[in-house]
Design a protein around this ligand. Structure first.
Ligand code: NAP
Length: 257
């Protein structure tokens, strides 16, 4: 474990964010856990503490513009530093392009794009001071957009672009910024995807989950822990020269080069 090192993980109440917080507890002396559900964050915090790191629970809605600055101030008041920021929270509606309302687009953008953008900017000076690392989470829909989930694809594509733009500034400021592009990882969000995918393919949810990997050309779903291990590497000293990268981990789903 690195002495006096602080990581912020958003979306830490479940899924990939929780797995990442638990994994980072082995590398960082403190892990800050952000999402809305305080009870679930406290469960993650217990796991972080059991792994030997300090935890700090911050229950907040990252769509609220002023809360990013509050979060960073609270972290700096308690720990005086930020070494890594992992922007994982995301809940872009998975709705057909021709049915999705402006309000649903705005909601998806408000959390996944603007939440991550704002928090990264608010934490930037602290990350500059620590020569820290940022990871933003995209998704393989960005590389294979379909009308059934166009907002997911478009916002994930925007995340890759945003990470690249931050990375360019980071070269001057000593802040490393990358994005990760996961494929189908089995979480609550992925299960909710099958509520739409299954009826569209005339399948029960169970049958759809069994058929899906073959349909998209993968051997199996990914596990949150596998994405967590990748992100832990991306913010580790071993990956320090990696910046401006968008790293795919999708079981081979994206067939293009
Ligand atoms: N699972 C996949 O197959 C997959 C594939 C590609 C990319 N991704 C991306 O990976 C990220 C995590 O996905 P997941 O599958 O782990 O999803 P998940 O299980 O649904 O977790 C989403 C996380 O975001 C948090 N969140 C939602 N709304 C929030 C808000 N307004 N403010 C603060 N936090 C909020 C949730 O916590 P609360 O509800 O407690 O707020 C939760 O911790 C997402 O950005 C997703 O797009 C997932």
């Amino acid at each position: 474990m690195r002495s006096s090192s602080v990581a912020i993980v958003t979306g830490a109440s479940q899924g990939i964010g929780r797995a990442t917080a638990l994994r980072l507890a082995h590398d960082f002396s403190a892990v800050v856990l952000a999402a809305r559900n305080k009870d679930e964050l406290q469960k993650t915090a217990a796991g972080v503490n059991a792994a030997g790191a300090e935890s700090m629970v911050c229950a907040l809605d990252l769509r609220e513009p002023q809360l990013a600055e509050n979060l960073v101030n609270k972290v700096l008041d308690r720990f005086s530093r930020i070494d890594a920021l992992l922007n994982i929270a995301g809940a872009v509606p998975q709705i057909d392009l021709f049915k999705m309302t402006d309000a649903q687009w705005e909601d998806g953008l408000a959390l996944k794009l603007h939440g991550a953008r704002r928090l990264t900017i608010c934490a930037w000076d602290a990350l500059k001071a620590s020569k820290g690392s940022v990871v933003l989470i995209s998704g393989s829909a960005a590389l294979d957009p379909k009308p059934a989930f166009a907002a997911v694809a478009a916002i994930n594509a925007a995340i890759i672009v945003l990470a690249k733009a931050f990375a360019e500034q980071g070269i001057k400021d000593g802040v490393q910024v990358n994005s990760v592009i996961p494929g189908a990882v089995m979480t609550a969000r992925r299960r909710s995807f099958f509520e739409k995918w299954a009826p569209a393919h005339n399948l029960s949810i169970e049958d759809a989950m069994e058929k899906f990997p073959e349909e998209v050309g993968i051997a199996r779903f990914g596990k949150p822990e596998e994405i967590a291990d990748l992100m832990a590497f991306m913010v580790s000293p071993a990956a320090k020269w990696m910046t401006g990268a968008s790293v795919r981990m999708d079981g081979g789903e994206i067939k293009g080069i």
